[in-house]
Ligand binder design. Structure first.
Ligand SMILES: [Zn+2]
Length: 291
């Protein structure tokens, strides 16, 4: 396995780990956008699924190793593994390629608690049952996201969080419910956006001393194709808020050269963005290597 690519954001190193490639329905990923448009950049298979990533940036400075999201993990049933074309999860192997173990992660920031972002909070034991995947990590989730995941109020939310107790139970002692923008360590902040879920959050890294910054926009801009304003997921509970937040973060990234990373793009982990006569285009990139 190749070593995960890295960028330097002032005194922070950001390594782009992935929990692996997987597949999901293209229509769900692009909402109101016609298949004829999205299929050019994301060719669907016979089941209308497109190839996606599970990008989890690891932010390292000194003794701190902060993971943003943790992928699907190895908890899926055999049927779900076929549906999503995903196996045991690659995150432990990618950490090992950096000379680290799951136990070396000091914090996990969960953008939200959907299975493809927080499933990796647990590992299935050979002997049955689940254990915490990151035994030393503080786990940061917005309080509203945690409340809805634990007590979904309708059928749609119940389906979206049907795995929640399984992934939360072994971690309850170390989950920190945060309320609003929260600095995790100096220079690393979790900031709510809403949009995809009511309390979805992104992670912003900023080394003010050198003016370098990075943001993992999670499901606000899940692939390079979602840089376009109206290209949003059918899963978004409030697509207009997703559009507003996207516009805010991309506008800032264009203005100050912030690196942004995509949760699900199968070709590009991260990029800088530019305004090309009113169109947002990719500048410098961190491509996804052959995995
Ligand atoms: Zn997602």
């Amino acid at each position: 396995m190749s070593t995960p690519p890295k960028i330097q954001i002032g005194s922070f190193t950001v390594a782009f780990l992935t929990d692996g490639l997987w597949r999901n329905d293209g229509g769900c990923m692009f909402g109101v956008v016609p298949r004829e448009l999205w299929k050019r950049e994301h060719p669907p298979d016979a089941q209308n699924r497109i190839r996606l990533n599970l990008t989890c940036p690891l932010i390292v400075r000194g003794a701190d190793a902060i993971l943003v999201d943790c992928g699907i993990g190895n908890r899926l049933s055999d049927v779900e593994r076929k549906i999503f074309d995903h196996g045991d999860g690659w995150l432990p192997g990618h950490l090992r390629a950096l000379g680290m173990e799951l136990g070396d992660v000091t914090a996990v920031i969960c953008s939200h608690l959907h299975f493809d972002h927080a499933g990796g909070l647990v590992r299935r034991r050979d002997s049955g049952g689940f254990e915490s995947a990151f035994p030393r990590a503080r786990i940061f989730v917005q309080k509203g996201e945690l409340d809805i995941a634990r007590d979904p109020r309708n059928e749609r939310l119940r389906a979206a969080y049907r795995h929640a107790e399984e992934i939360l139970a072994p971690n309850l002692a170390r989950i920190e419910a945060i309320d609003g923008p929260t600095e995790i360590i100096a220079g690393v902040t979790a900031v709510p956006t809403g949009g995809h879920t009511r309390d979805h959050q992104v992670c912003v890294v900023n080394d003010a001393a050198v003016g370098a910054s990075f943001a993992h926009l999670a499901d606000i801009v899940p692939t390079r194709s979602h840089l376009r304003g109206p290209w949003n997921q059918a899963y978004d509970l409030d697509a207009l808020t997703t559009m507003e937040q996207k516009s805010l973060y991309l506008g800032r990234a264009i203005a100050d050269g912030t690196w942004i990373s995509f949760a699900h793009d199968d070709q590009i982990f991260a990029a800088r963005v530019l305004n090309d006569r009113g169109r947002i285009v990719l500048g410098e990139k961190v491509p996804v290597p052959d995995l």
